[in-house]
Design a protein around this ligand. Structure first.
Ligand code: SF4
Length: 367
């Protein structure tokens, strides 16, 4: 069924004028000095990184590898020195996702893996709300984000104060927040969800109506899959909302055999053209199982490279929308992060306790 109602900042006359905020990022701590690595392309670096390049050769030309390999090698050495792990979202560039990450995946996979990490230091290669989620689940560990400006249009669309106003307006209606929200918002809601488990989370509440925020398109998709009445918020992903149904029809007209898969953050006219809709993890599994000859992947552009590195027999056509926030993370700033232990993510302990409850409630639902 269609969403039952949609709210946004303009619907609250008494809304505080403050912008959405993330938890503060503490200044870099003084890290015990580690020697700055040499970034020369040598025969030792070539040998040490050869197995990594074997995974990347379908997406990174040989002429570019000598420019990247010394930093990849340095990061992998620094991880050992710092007892660090790198978590990377599917939207990270392939030299990060396949070159230096220990764990890759979507928000849900990263959230779950973050609870199992044994290292002292977690470097989050993704956007700020993901680093916050890792910190929520690992309060004793040092969680770093290589560039704290890596934000998200969804996380920026709503504040904790907005959630409190929604509760006042709709008392008794449970609130589900997509993980693409700040810790401040997570602290105000009943439970979190990801695009992998959104329908399951909504139905787990056994309520006739649920407030689902902040992505209006994911809310529309969830509403189409459940009988629960969905009340949405006017947020959107600036990457996925740019795709159009016309674009997809043009691909299909050019080759009727092409398979099209899309992320549920896309508008409904895009999803109507897709052969399959799912989270990034579900999309990857779909490609692994189906192995289509030609595929259009409607999501952030780097995921197509990461899938192609793994499955070079699948030809992936893509209208390429890059997330500018995800692309703030680079090999260079990952290396700096490990050298300086910056930028460290900190969250007020009382707020963290309330936000953690919403994330853990989602994770426990899965198990
Ligand atoms: S792709 Fe969209 S949802 Fe993901 S981080 Fe970028 S802006 Fe946020």
């Amino acid at each position: 069924m269609p969403i039952a109602a949609i709210y946004g900042p303009d619907d609250f006359a008494n809304r505080p004028q403050d912008q959405a905020t993330s938890s503060p990022v503490a200044p870099s701590r003084t890290a015990p000095a580690l020697p700055r690595p040499s970034l020369e392309w040598t025969s030792d670096v070539e040998r040490a990184t050869a197995p990594i390049y074997a995974r990347l050769k379908h997406v990174i030309p040989p002429i570019e590898w000598p420019l990247m390999a010394p930093t990849v090698h340095a990061i992998n050495e620094l991880k050992r020195a710092r007892n660090a792990v790198i978590l990377a979202h599917n939207y990270q560039a392939p030299e990060i996702f396949h070159g230096v990450a220990d764990i890759g995946g979507d928000s849900l996979q990263l959230a779950v893996e973050a609870t199992r990490v044994k290292a002292d230091v977690i470097v989050q290669c993704g956007v700020h709300f993901m680093a916050e989620t890792s910190k929520l689940l690992n309060p004793e560990k040092t969680v770093l984000i290589p560039d704290s400006r890596a934000g998200c249009s969804l996380a920026a669309s709503i504040t904790g104060a907005d959630v409190r106003l929604l509760r006042e307006r709709l008392p008794g209606v449970p609130i589900v927040a997509y993980v693409n929200t700040s810790a401040e918002v997570k602290a105000e809601v009943d439970i979190c969800c990801t695009s992998s488990n959104a329908v399951q989370v909504v139905e787990s509440l056994n309520a006739p109506s649920v407030i689902f925020l902040p992505d209006r398109y994911l809310a529309t998709y969830v509403a189409s899959k459940t009988n629960v009445k969905i009340i949405a918020w006017k947020g959107a992903c600036e990457v996925h909302e740019r795709f159009t149904g016309d674009e997809l029809r043009a691909f299909r007209d050019a080759d009727p055999s092409v398979q099209i898969i899309a992320h549920p953050e896309c508008p409904p006219d895009v999803l109507a053209e897709a052969d399959f809709t799912g989270s990034t993890a579900h999309m990857i599994n779909w490609v692994r199982q189906r192995r289509p000859k030609r595929l259009v992947m409607i999501t952030e552009c780097s995921m197509a490279d990461n899938v192609r590195a793994e499955l070079p027999d699948v030809e992936i056509l893509r209208p390429c929308n890059l997330c500018p926030h995800m692309k703030r993370i680079t090999l260079s700033n990952i290396m700096e992060s490990l050298l300086t232990l910056g930028e460290e993510v900190t969250i007020d302990p009382a707020l963290a306790q309330r936000a953690r409850r919403s994330v853990e409630r989602m994770i426990n639902l899965k198990n």
